[in-house]
Design a protein around this ligand. Structure first.
Ligand code: GDP
Ligand code: IMO
Ligand code: MG
Length: 421
């Protein structure tokens, strides 16, 4: 039987999760999202064509893979329909392939307005959210007043809940943030009409996911990264869900005993989009150069990503709290152009007012200054690239089982077949 595996970003997101999930999906039975929402932007490059997925799992481009949105994901119906339409235009059929949990909470237009209004009012102290309503939606989930797909099965209950919730949202929007309220009846009619287009995808996913895992080959796809976890990340500069291992379980209802392998997705250098501390950040020309070569522009908001050297302290933490079995190191080709490459190995406390960091420690290795683009076997890598990889393995005591050498599907070294071994 094939392994069931989970993939989690080890840093602040955008590590290349979408690309690795797409590669592994070739031999998978299903691909499951368990948290986050359309704040995610997962990029896949297939035959020179770029696909950016926000809500739908990155296995969707494989015909035989079931794609499941688990209960832990918050769903904007508009974003979902947009993505379904884009896939349909590209002749990717979703019937009997896409399944969405009836327990997913809905992101309402007022959640988005509240997210934006709050960010505006925070000024310099803002989080730098994606403005997708993620935080306010999870707040309503936790305070037990959110609206789930399940509620839409009874129009009367839905209308009542929506009116109550939006009355509360509009009060805050109007009285606290001095923003325009949003019309409840418009939102109600809009959701009810759009729901008809997607209702056939809604099921009880936890039973289905457990059943699929019993046959093996299920890939759980994380969104964001470990340091954006609401409990373990750089709080308050985080997203509003558990992006770590606990999210896999709470966001799907999977029996943890059925999961065999955890893969950390680590970019060969570190990036962050949005505000908050970033100890190994290169606030200089070198950081800009990494960003330029790496094309570090946000797949969701188009913002420029902050760049720095690989943060090993964070990687070690990610390995520990996610119980990772191995690492997929991505974008190694971006470092082809540097004659010296540093790695941040440790630091002391972080000041959350100034973001200053005490006692930063780095090691510097020689670069390889030759192309690794598209290499598919480990032995063909330049010697210094191998040393870079082995140094990370030594520091973290964790194997790098996969190395990504370009954005395209076939630009990958799989040292181990993690779905089968
Ligand atoms: P995700 O959110 O973790 O799925 O990552 P994103 O898609 O937001 O960002 C990763 C970016 O790097 C995308 O533009 C990918 O196409 C690209 N990418 C992924 N792996 C590689 C790689 O090995 N080399 C290069 N050069 N680009 C890569
Ligand atoms: P993927 O899945 C990178 C960041 C935002 C902000 C913080 C909170 O593509 O890796 P939110 O809108 O979630 O309330 O914003 O989290 N953020 C991401 N950064 N990649 C992502 O997703 C992100 N999703 C959210 O920039 O700093
Ligand atoms: Mg991304």
């Amino acid at each position: 039987m094939k392994n069931n595996i989970f993939l989690i970003g080890t840093h602040w997101g955008d590590e290349g999760k979408g690309k690795v999930v797409d590669v592994l999906s070739e031999n998978a039975s299903a691909c499951v999202r368990f948290q986050g929402g359309h704040n995610a932007g997962h990029t896949l490059v297939i035959n020179d064509k770029k696909f950016v997925l926000h809500l739908i799992p990155s296995g969707i481009l494989r015909d035989s893979v079931k794609s499941i949105i688990g209960n832990g994901v918050v769903v904007s119906i508009d974003a979902l329909i947009k993505e379904i339409n884009e896939l349909t235009i590209n002749k990717i059929l979703l019937h009997d392939k896409l399944f969405i949990s009836q327990n997913c909470h809905l992101i309402l237009p007022t959640h988005i307005a509240l997210d934006k209004a709050r960010e505006l009012s925070l000024g310099k102290k803002s989080i730098g959210t994606t403005g997708r309503g993620i935080g306010p939606c999870y707040e309503d989930k936790v305070s037990r007043k959110g609206i789930r797909f399940l509620d839409l099965q009874n129009v009367d209950i839905f209308q009542k809940k929506l009116a109550q919730l939006m009355e509360f949202h509009n009060f805050i929007l109007k009285e606290y943030y001095k923003e325009e309220p949003i019309d409840v009846s418009f939102v109600r009619d809009d959701i009810l009409s759009k729901y008809k287009k997607i209702s056939s995808f809604i099921i009880n996913t936890d039973e289905y996911i457990n059943q699929l895992c019993k046959s093996g080959g299920v890939v759980f796809e994380g969104a964001q990264g470990t340091m954006l976890d609401v409990d373990h990340g750089t709080y308050p500069y985080v997203t509003s869900s558990n992006t770590t291992l606990s999210g896999v379980i709470s966001g799907t209802g999977i029996n943890m005993g059925l999961i065999n392998y955890g893969l950390g997705i680590t970019k060969a250098y570190s990036t962050r989009v949005g505000h908050g501390p970033f100890p190994s950040e290169l606030n200089n020309e070198q950081g800009e150069r990494i960003g330029k070569i790496g094309g570090e522009v946000g797949a969701t908001t188009g913002r420029t990503r902050r760049c720095g050297w690989l943060d090993l302290k964070v990687l070690k933490k990610a390995i520990q709290i996610n119980n990772l079995s191995g690492i997929a190191l991505t974008k190694i080709d971006v470092l082809d152009h540097f004659n010296k490459i540093s790695i941040c190995t440790n630091y002391g406390s972080i000041n959350y007012e100034t973001f200053e960091v005490e006692d930063l420690e780095f090691i510097t290795l020689p670069g390889w200054e030759s192309s690794t683009v598209g290499i598919t076997d480990f032995d063909s890598l330049p010697k210094n690239a191998k040393t870079y990889i082995e140094t990370i393995e030594k520091f973290t005591d964790t194997p790098i089982d996969i190395i990504s050498t370009g954005p395209a599907r076939d630009e990958i070294i799989q040292k181990k077949n993690i779905l089968d071994d």
